[in-house]
Ligand binder design. Structure first.
Ligand SMILES: Nc1nc2c(c(=O)[nH]1)N[C@@H](CN(C=O)c1ccc(C(=O)N[C@@H](CCC(=O)O)C(=O)O)cc1)CN2
Length: 305
């Protein structure tokens, strides 16, 4: 008699994982935020304002900040763009942040990363007032997250968590493996998943046998910036895979393509669910920025609505 297939062997045979549609999720979230922005304005006669600061001419950053401004307008909020030359000094940037901190029309401030060499990202993110730090990267908000206290949560890990909860529901007891320990994604992601009751393993540049650790993850979050790093056989059959990496590669045809940190064609035959690149985590980053800006405006204006 043939043994019934276990959940594991069944999912190994599963030819294709379910795609996690971050683009659609983000569009819905943005629509909800737009509705709440109108209600907030009706109640307080205040429109939430977001200031985005870009220093230099990094082409990818230019695309991201343009999209941030576009989505901010779509959500009914005010967008204030500050495009500064590569030669901007630390003192000039700190002076701008000081003015934005005191500007009552601005409820959220972010400085696009990476910054040009010579500017200290830690000093600069810490100069943003914690109530307006909608990226959640300053030491006050990072400390609150580390201590499990309420605060502003970084946009990309917040977006990943929203996707995971909508796909899997209760995360309690699941083993989450995070590859990458950056302050932007890996570390805050670990703290968020710990708060959800996951057992969390963080692999980083010095980790030995990252593949063996990855294979233990019911949830695998990959944020390394190293495209194609995670191969199909790194993935536990049936796992939920969240690919945060976005790299533009050149093809032999001369065209370019965006790819993630996970070898998608291999992973899709092993994972239970997976985010695509593009259209997965990226759009969630911007939707969560709008979410954080509205939340900041609510706190600053002092009302609940
Ligand atoms: N201050 C910050 N700097 C950076 C952050 C951040 O959260 N705060 N994250 C990344 C870049 N980023 C937002 O700033 C970002 C990256 C990607 C996307 C996105 O929507 N990607 C699309 C593809 C877009 C394209 O065509 O290039 C997708 O994945 O579908 C949005 C925001 C580093 N810096």
């Amino acid at each position: 008699m043939t043994e019934p297939a276990s959940a594991e062997t069944a999912s190994v045979r599963n030819p294709s994982a379910r795609l996690i549609d971050g683009k659609a999720f983000a569009a819905n979230l943005t629509q909800t935020i737009a509705h709440e922005v109108r209600a907030f304005h009706d109640r307080h006669q205040v429109t939430p304002g977001l200031a985005v600061v870009l220093v230099g001419n990094d082409p990818a950053s230019e695309v991201y900040v343009r999209n941030k401004a576009l989505q901010t307008h779509r959500a009914g909020m005010r967008s204030f763009m500050h495009m500064l030359p590569e030669t901007t000094s630390q003192a000039e940037l700190l002076a701008l942040i000081g003015r934005l901190n005191h500007d009552p029309e601005i409820h959220g401030i972010l400085v696009q990363l990476p910054l040009p060499a010579g500017l200290d990202p830690v000093a600069i993110t810490n100069a943003i007032h914690p109530d307006k730090d909608v990226d959640g990267l300053g030491e006050v908000n990072a400390g609150r997250l580390a201590l499990g206290q309420p605060g502003i949560v970084p946009c990309t890990p917040l977006g990943c968590l929203m996707l995971l909860k909508s796909e899997l529901g209760d995360l309690r007891g699941l083993h989450a493996v995070i590859i990458g320990a950056s302050n932007l994604v890996g570390r805050p992601m670990a703290r968020l998943l710990l708060a959800e009751g996951c057992t969390v393993t963080v692999a980083h540049i010095d980790t030995r046998d990252t593949a063996a650790l990855a294979r233990q993850g019911d949830i695998l979050v990959v944020a390394t910036g190293c495209h194609g790093l995670v191969r199909g056989d790194w993935i536990k059959p049936g796992a939920a895979v969240i690919d945060v990496g976005i790299t533009r590669i050149s093809l032999p045809s001369g065209k370019t393509r965006l790819v993630g940190d996970v070898a998608f064609d291999e992973a899709v035959t092993r994972a239970g669910r997976i985010t695509p690149v593009p259209g997965g985590v990226g759009p969630m980053t911007i939707a969560c920025l709008l979410n954080n800006t509205l939340a900041a405006a609510r706190r600053i204006v002092g009302g609940a609505g």
